[in-house]
Design a protein around this ligand. Structure first.
Ligand SMILES: [Zn+2]
Length: 104
């Protein structure tokens, strides 16, 4: 995991930092506003410090895929490529092992 700046322009205060895997952080880059793939509207990326995961996302496909429920959820799934083939395979193995999905 890497320490990521939620808003890259907002400094190093703790409430602007979160943990991110390398892949998600690499796809996020400097983004704060991103396009909702359903409407094309520019919306904020999900903020894990101020928003609830379950309000913006749900697990589908036996918990192997993340589905965005809101404009922010859809835009975040798309921008961070949260359903990359390798992670979908990993999730299916975690489900088999009883490690996934996490409880919130
Ligand atoms: Zn990730």
């Amino acid at each position: 995991m890497q320490v990521d700046h939620i808003d890259p322009q907002a400094g190093d205060a703790l409430d602007n930092l979160c943990l991110s895997c390398w892949n998600c952080n690499n796809h996020k880059r400097q983004a704060v506003l991103v396009s909702d793939p359903e409407t094309g509207e520019e919306v904020p990326l999900f903020n894990p410090r101020t928003q609830m995961w379950s309000e913006h996302f749900e697990w589908v496909g036996n918990a192997t895929y993340i589905h965005g429920l809101t404009p922010t959820g859809r835009a975040t799934v798309s921008r961070l490529k949260m359903n990359r083939p390798a992670i979908v395979v990993a999730r299916s193995r975690w489900v088999e092992g009883g490690y996934h999905p996490p409880e919130y």
